[in-house]
Design a protein around this ligand. Structure first.
Ligand SMILES: [Zn+2]
Length: 92
């Protein structure tokens, strides 16, 4: 079997952690990404990066937002929903 280059192997390993993607599907997805135009691949990468950089759960209402507190958060309440969402969001 042909040796898989390290960057491709790393991507396939990462993609394989996504729900519904086994090793073969992850490899197919990675090969598809290799065929995408560079701008599209970079846009996807930027989107992934920004998930962690700019999105989080509002500390007041638990909604997914790009600011904390989010613009529509009530002044008090929602703390329970927030921590429940946070727990489910980080479990893997
Ligand atoms: Zn909020």
């Amino acid at each position: 079997m042909q040796r898989i280059p390290e960057p491709l192997k790393n991507l396939v390993d990462q993609l394989g952690h996504l729900p519904g993607l086994g090793p073969k599907s992850a490899m197919r997805a990675a090969m598809t990404l290799l065929k995408w135009p560079e701008t599209e691949v970079r846009r996807l990468g930027k989107g992934l990066y920004e998930l962690r950089d700019t999105l989080h759960l509002c500390s007041r209402c638990g909604a997914l937002a790009d600011s904390d507190p989010c613009p529509s958060a009530p002044m008090q309440s929602g703390m329970r929903a927030s921590s429940a969402l946070l727990r489910s969001g980080t479990a893997c």
